[in-house]
Design a protein. Sequence first.
Length: 267
Amino acid sequence: MLNIKEIPVGNVFSKTSFKGYSYVVNPYTGCASGCLYCHACFIKQFTNHEDEEWGEFIDIKRWDGVVRTNRAVQGRNILMSTVTDPYNPVEKEYKNTRRILERLHEISCNLTVCTRSDLVLRDIDILKDMNAKVSISINSLNENFVSGLENSTPIANRFEALKKLHDEGIYTILCVSPIFPYITNFKEITEKAKDYVDEYWFENLNLRQPYKNKVLNFIRTCYPEYAAEYDKIYLNKDREYWFFLKHEIMQYCKKNKLTYKMDFRHN
Ligand code: SF4
C-alpha cells in the first residue's frame, strides 16, 4: 500500500557536487519503484518517514518559486533526479516531472534525465525540444532477477525506450547500474543496445545500511551459489572483484570505442 501525500516545498532544485552538474532536481520525495538496493532511502530520516519502508511512501512536491528557480538554473547543467525516479509509477497521475520540464523548457539549461521507466517516452516532445539527454538504467537481461528487486518497467521495454528515444534524435545513455557481482553481465547488456546508445555509464552495487542486509538476504535466498562471494565483498570488504571488473570494463570500452563513465564506490 503506497502512502501518498502532497507537501508544499519552497523549491525542487538543489545545488550538487555531482561531477559535471550544478543542480539536481527531484520532483518527489520517496520513490514508488522501491528498489531493494536504493541508496536514496537515507532521505527517510530527513523527511519524517523514518518508520516507513522505502517504496511504500511518496510525497508529491507542490511549489511555486518559478522566477527564483529560473534565474538560478539558467544555462546550468541539471541532473534529474538523484533521490527519486522522475518517472516512477506515480508520475503517470501527478505529472510533477512534466510540470518541471515545461518550466525548464522556457529557459536555457542542459538537462540530463535518469530513469528506469519507459514512461519517459510520454515526454519525447519536450525532451527533444530541450536537447535533453536521457539515461535509462539496466543491470540484467533476466526479468525475474529485476522484478525481484524493483517495482519498475520490464527490461525489454527499457531497451525499446532507448531505441525509440534514439530514433527521435535524443542523446541516449545506458546506465549499467547497479552492477551486481557475478550476476550483471555488462557485455551482453551493452552489446544488445549498441545500435541505439550514445554513451554508457557503469555503477557498482555499493551496499550501506539499512539496505545492505536486505540485499545480502536476497542473494542468500535467490542466488545462494554467490552468497560466499558477496560476504567476501560486502562483509570482508575485499575489493579484488571490483578492481578486475573496472579494468575489464575500461578495456572493453576502449576496444569498442564506447563513450563511457564509471562510478565505482565502496563503503
Ligand atoms: S528507481 Fe531509482 S530512486 Fe527509485 S527506488 Fe529505484 S534506484 Fe531508488
